[in-house]
Design a protein around this ligand. Structure first.
Ligand code: 5GP
Ligand code: ZN
Length: 115
């Protein structure tokens, strides 16, 4: 855990977060400023900054983030309509929290390309 990391603190329940799923490897919680009817952030318990730090040892947990997101999409009823998964990487893509997180956005239609 990085003591200065916001998402590490949510995972450790040192600050409040609306956790919707967790297991030994991943935690999912509601985004504090949702941009869609569903906006969930999925994070590995292990602290690392971004997709730039994904190596072979992390393939499984990154895949699990995608699988858990798909499961939440099914449970919330928008899997068939469609949903969006986003990893923002570094400032130019809008990353503001440097603990890897997958955005699950669902419950509305999305335009392409994104802004
Ligand atoms: P990024 O811009 O790094 O891809 O995404 C960071 C996300 O974290 C944003 O969507 C932002 O709304 C969310 N966020 C920032 N602070 C908090 C917080 O304290 N709690 C929760 N649940 N989400 C947060
Ligand atoms: Zn962290």
């Amino acid at each position: 855990m990085d003591p200065n990391c916001l998402f590490c603190k949510i995972v450790a329940r040192k600050i409040p977060g609306k956790i919707v799923f967790e297991n030994e490897r991943v935690v999912a919680f509601e985004d504090i400023a949702p941009v869609a009817p569903t906006h969930v952030l999925l994070v590995p318990r292990e602290h690392f900054a971004s997709t730039l730090e994904v190596d072979l040892s992390r393939h499984a947990v990154v895949g699990e983030l995608v699988q858990v997101a798909a499961q939440l999409a099914r449970e919330r009823g928008f899997a068939a309509d469609g949903y969006r998964l986003v990893f923002n990487t570094n400032a130019g893509a809008g990353q503001t929290v440097f603990h890897l997180h997958l955005h699950l956005l669902g419950g509305r239609t999305f335009r392409w390309p994104p802004g």
